[in-house]
Design a protein around this ligand. Structure first.
Ligand SMILES: Nc1ncnc2c1ncn2[C@@H]1O[C@H](COP(=O)(O)OP(=O)(O)OP(=O)(O)O)[C@@H](O)[C@H]1O
Length: 234
């Protein structure tokens, strides 16, 4: 079932899945998923544990390849996509996976930086400035020199968001971004995503269980059950 979101535009939509099937080994977990997220739209994916939400997000950013069907990222096959500055992705990870990383917050964000406009190589000073700016946007510039293993779960999640935003992406894919966040951090994250969306016409694909995040960000909501999109709420 293909679910069309928003009005068609001349430019290719940031995210497009057509009749996508996916199997981990022999077990098929997505059974013909279709969705289109147009430029500047917010689309949230909800559903029970194990329904297939993260798998859809991972396919959308090319982390997984479909076993059947078509995935397009800004109109291109993710396997051949080259404009990764356009994509910010915060995967669902156990916090330990990042927090043992032997780097400061600033170094972690810098590691995610791509080239500048038209592929220009950035100087060290420019990279530092852009990383500090991204940390500032998530309210973490004061913690730039701290080792990521010393950060709280909420602080670490903000730094991961800075990593996703540092290249000024056109598409932000967030998988359960508010897991483990307190109210203040959750609201800060939602308002940052909402303001970036409004200012820069950011496209957002969000996986969440959190009704408060859905209410705060608005947009379309897709319900996934057992590897199928079964409902769309605009
Ligand atoms: N690496 C993997 N290897 C094998 N099976 C997997 C793997 N990752 C996910 N699965 C299975 O694929 C199905 C869909 O998983 P997925 O993580 O996409 O669900 P989800 O809706 O995001 O769940 P949750 O809300 O718990 O994060 C589940 O049955 C899960 O057990």
């Amino acid at each position: 079932m293909a679910v069309e979101l928003g009005t068609p535009e001349a430019a290719a939509p940031p995210v497009e899945l057509r009749d996508v099937r996916f199997s981990y080994g022999r077990e098929e977990v997505l059974h013909g998923v279709g969705l289109v997220v147009g430029a500047g739209e917010i689309c949230s994916i909800v559903g029970d544990n194990g329904a297939g939400k993260s798998t859809i997000a991972r396919l959308a950013v090319g982390e997984l390849a479909p076993t059947a069907g078509t995935v397009r990222l800004f109109g291109e096959n993710p396997a051949r996509f080259g404009r990764w500055n356009l994509v910010g992705y915060v995967p669902q990870l156990p916090p330990e996976a990042v927090s043992r990383f032997p780097a400061t917050a600033l170094e972690l964000v810098s590691a995610f930086q791509g080239a500048g406009a038209r592929g220009r190589r950035l100087s060290r000073a420019e990279r530092r400035e852009r990383s500090l700016d991204a940390l500032g946007r998530v309210g973490m510039d004061a913690h730039a020199s701290r080792m990521v293993r010393e950060l709280s779960g909420g602080q670490l999640q903000r730094v991961r968001l800075a990593c996703a935003l540092v290249n000024g992406p056109g598409l932000l894919v967030l998988d359960e971004p508010t897991n483990g966040l307190d109210r203040e951090s959750r609201e800060a994250l939602c308002s940052l995503v909402a303001s970036t969306h409004a200012k820069r016409r950011l496209t957002v694909l969000l996986v969440t269980h959190d009704q408060r995040v859905l209410r705060s960000l608005g947009g379309s909501v897709l319900l996934v059950e057992d590897g199928r999109i079964v409902r769309r709420e605009a």
